[in-house]
Write a protein that binds this ligand. Structure first.
Ligand SMILES: Nc1ncnc2c1ncn2[C@@H]1O[C@H](COP(=O)(O)OP(=O)(O)OP(=O)(O)O)[C@@H](O)[C@H]1O
Ligand SMILES: [Mg+2]
Length: 258
């Protein structure tokens, strides 16, 4: 469904992403992990089109999208969440969902007219998403006044309401407590069962190892491992990357497990 071919992105002397190959198959949950600064968010930005690669190609649904703008890629069927939450903080929960649905129908042009159009159909969709993110009781609150975990849930729902077959989730569990992470785990599984394909960036190991079909590990902008979650967890290179640890370091193994 998605393929990165030898993709690199350099910022001056910093090789944020340094020539990676990455394939996301239709219907899978692919975990993308790695230490801080290893290039995970840059990879998402290269996929979504916020950054153009210094070299390499990005293919999505049989099409080379390397030169396309973010909105053009979104129209082809990808949606994302941001590591730093980006909601319309001065709009209500409901309006955030509504806006996401309306915008996704055909871009920003004519937004105002569409805001008021096709209300019945959109309302039902937005209601479903409100239920999905468990914010029915808070529909009229300003998004900026929600608790942190609720904002993350709303962001996920906003990405999901687009109907995009590919979801790019950049640390959706950051700042969540254990209970919220369990809920998120279920929501991600629900999305997949509805046929979505998911690229999940996460530092929370229990979540990403539990929910992912495969895991890719980055370190210093390069792919250092790829495989089933338990294979990756036992990979000495991965353990070393995480804690600068020895192969048999108990601490590193614990960090990767927990
Ligand atoms: N716009 C930019 N300009 C300059 N350097 C950047 C830019 N974006 C990212 N970098 C650098 O590229 C490297 C990779 O950053 P990136 O945000 O992709 O890491 P990450 O794996 O998402 O880290 P984290 O887990 O902390 O979110 C870092 O050294 C970062 O400082
Ligand atoms: Mg990041």
């Amino acid at each position: 469904m998605l393929e990165l071919q030898n993709v690199a992105r350099h910022f001056g002397g910093i090789k944020a992403v340094d020539g990676i190959d990455l394939t996301v198959h239709q219907g899978e949950i692919l975990g993308l992990i790695g230490p801080n600064g290893s290039g995970k968010s840059t990879t998402v930005n290269l996929i979504a089109g916020l950054y153009k690669p210094t070299s390499g190609r990005v293919r999505f649904l049989q099409e080379d999208v390397t030169e396309l703008q973010p909105h053009e890629r979104a129209e082809r069927g990808m949606a994302r969440t941001f590591q730093n939450i980006r909601l319309f903080s001065q709009l209500s929960v409901w309006q955030n969902l509504w806006a996401a649905r309306v915008v996704r129908e055909s871009g920003w042009a004519g937004l105002r007219a569409r805001w008021f159009a096709s209300a019945a159909q959109g309302r039902e969709q937005a209601e479903q998403m409100l239920e999905f993110c468990g914010l029915q009781g808070k529909r009229d609150l300003l998004a900026g006044n929600l608790a942190f975990g609720e904002q993350r849930r709303l962001e996920l729902a906003r990405a999901a309401i687009s109907g995009a077959p590919l979801l790019l989730l950049d640390e959706p569990a950051a700042g969540m407590n254990a209970e919220e992470i369990d809920d998120l785990d279920q929501r991600i599984r629900t999305l997949r069962s509805q046929g979505r394909t998911i690229l999940l960036i996460e530092h929370h190991m229990e979540l990403v190892m539990g929910v992912s079909d495969r895991v890719v590990v980055l370190n210093f902008g390069r792919k250092i491992a790829e495989g089933l979650p338990h294979e990756v967890q036992q990979d000495p290179q991965v353990q070393a990357a995480y804690l600068g640890a020895d192969e048999d370091d108990e601490l590193a193994q614990t960090a990767l497990r927990a």
